[in-house]
Structures are given as structure tokens and as C-alpha cells.
Design a protein around this ligand. Structure first.
Ligand code: DA2
Length: 258
């Protein structure tokens, strides 16, 4: 049975400043206190939109645990538990799987295993098309395993190169109508996507689709906000500077089950 608007989130670790950095300069300071306040404001936006929030317990020894999107990917009623592509994040999916089994007992669980690696940030769903970034975190075996899982669910997987950003969704996400948006300097090949629109700011790349006309994005992309509003979308913005300093974005902080 489909779950209506359930959100999985995980609070920021007190050691988040030790989180991984790959493609941007190491931040000079990251405040856990500010991050906690930003995270609570982010979660409150979903609560106000009627989402049921399931909180996975914080893991202070996993500095990047707040970026829960990387630990599980939902395909309808199937949860794919990932195998993060960096050792410091390897333990994260265990508690995420336990929380899903406890809160959503009728969800089917599949897993990326063995030599396969896959971070959820590399998976962009656009209708029944699934674009998967092959980059520093997701390998060919991870893609092979995910392809088998999603084909069985009626999706079509397209592997795409990611060389200029941490994850595919650091560079592109999709609007409610399926248009893929991205910041060109970090998109490997925009022609892969049937409909692509460049955005003018790096932090404008990431949108979370709240409904057919409503998106959530960072407050650090005012030109992109105006662009999307001119296109007729309602745009809610949120401050996530502490997570952006660690290469995160609005998509990474939650997993939507709908
Ligand atoms: C779409 N994105 C960017 C994500 N899903 N995850 C961001 C993870 C950031 C973390 N410091 C790391 O390096 O793993």
C-alpha cells in the first residue's frame, strides 16, 4: 500500500564539521547549533505541508548522517538500501533500514551489496526514468544492481557521467514537470536529458518537489527563485548554509515516501 507523504530525516551529528568534502573548499567553520536550527526549520516546512515525519536517531560518530538521501532510495513501495561510496559513511544505512522496517512495515527492502557502491545523491528520478551518476561515489556494479531492482519495478535506468560534482544531484535535479535543471559549469552532458534548463546559480540546482506547482529550494539562489516563480511555480526557500558548506543541498536532508 502506498504511504502518503512520509518523510525520513536524520538530525545532524555533533561531529558534522568532520564530514567529507570532495569538490569544494574545506569550510573554515561549521556550527552544529546553527545546523540544528536550520534542520528543524527545514523539517517544519514539510510538517506544515502535511507530511508525517519519521526521524532516524542521530549517529554522532557518522559526521555526514544528516544527508539521509544517500542511505536509501525509494521506488514506490520499494526501499533500496544503498552502499555508500566512502568508508566514513558505510555504517549509515543500518539505522535507516531499521527505521524504515519499524515505521513502514509493508515497504519491500532491497539492498546494494558486495562490491557495488551507490549513494542516493546520484539517483535522479524523473517519472519512470532513473538517471544514475557514475562518479566518485557510485560504481558500475552499484548501477548494475540498481538497474536489476528498478527494471522489476517498471523503471528505466540511464547511467550518466559525473566528473565535476560530488553527486549527480549536486549538478541537476528536476522540476515537477520533469524538466531537468542544472548549473552548467558542473553538468557533464546536459544533452542526455530530454528537457534541460540551465539555472544561473550553483545553489539553484537543487529543488525538492512538494507538489505539482510547489518546490522547496535554498535561500542562497535568489535569481533561480525568481526564474521559477516567473514560470508559475510557488517557491519556498530555506536557509541551509551549514549543509551547503559540507556539499549538501535541500534534497540530501530527507527521503520522501509518497
Ligand atoms: C545531492 N547530494 C549532494 C547528496 N545527496 N549528499 C551530500 C553529501 C555531502 C557529504 N558531505 C558527503 O560528502 O558525503
Amino acid at each position: 500500500m502506498p504511504h502518503s507523504k512520509t518523510l525520513l530525516v536524520r538530525p545532524p551529528s555533533s561531529r558534522m564539521a568532520e564530514g567529507q568534502i570532495t569538490h569544494i573548499a574545506k569550510p573554515t567553520s561549521v556550527s552544529h547549533e546553527r545546523a540544528q536550527a536550520q534542520w528543524e526549520a527545514y523539517v517544519d516546512i514539510y510538517r506544515a505541508e502535511g507530511w508525517t515525519v519519521v526521524e532516524v536517531p542521530v549517529a554522532d560518530d557518522c559526521p555526514d548522517c544528516v544527508f539521509i538521501e544517500d542511505a536509501v532510495v525509494m521506488f514506490g513501495n520499494t526501499a533500496v538500501i544503498t552502499a555508500p561510496g566512502t568508508p566514513s559513511r558505510a555504517a549509515e544505512p543500518v539505522a535507516v533500514e531499521a527505521a524504515i522496517r519499524a515505521a513502514l512495515p509493508d515497504v519491500c527492502v532491497a539492498r546494494i551489496e558486495g562490491t557495488g557502491t551507490l549513494d542516493g545523491g546520484d539517483v535522479l528520478k524523473v517519472g519512470k526514468d532513473v538517471y544514475v551518476g557514475l562518479g566518485v561515489r557510485t560504481n558500475a556494479e552499484g548501477v548494475r544492481q540498481l538497474r536489476r531492482i528498478v527494471h522489476a519495478e517498471g523503471y528505466c535506468l540511464h547511467a550518466v557521467p559525473v566528473t565535476k560534482a560530488l553527486h549527480l544531484k549536486s549538478a541537476v535535479t528536476a522540476l515537477p514537470d520533469g524538466t531537468v535543471i542544472g548549473w552548467l559549469p558542473i553538468v557533464d552532458n546536459p544533452s542526455i536529458f530530454p528537457r534541460f534548463m540551465p539555472v544561473p546559480e550553483e545553489h539553484g540546482v537543487a529543488v525538492v518537489v512538494l507538489s505539482d506547482e510547489h518546490v522547496l529550494m535554498s535561500n542562497d539562489a535568489p535569481e533561480t527563485t525568481k526564474l521559477l516563480e516567473r514560470m508559475g511555480f510557488t517557491v519556498t526557500t530555506v536557509g541551509i548554509s551549514e549543509f551547503e558548506a559540507l556539499e549538501g543541498c535541500v534534497t540530501c536532508l530527507s527521503v520522501r515516501v509518497r
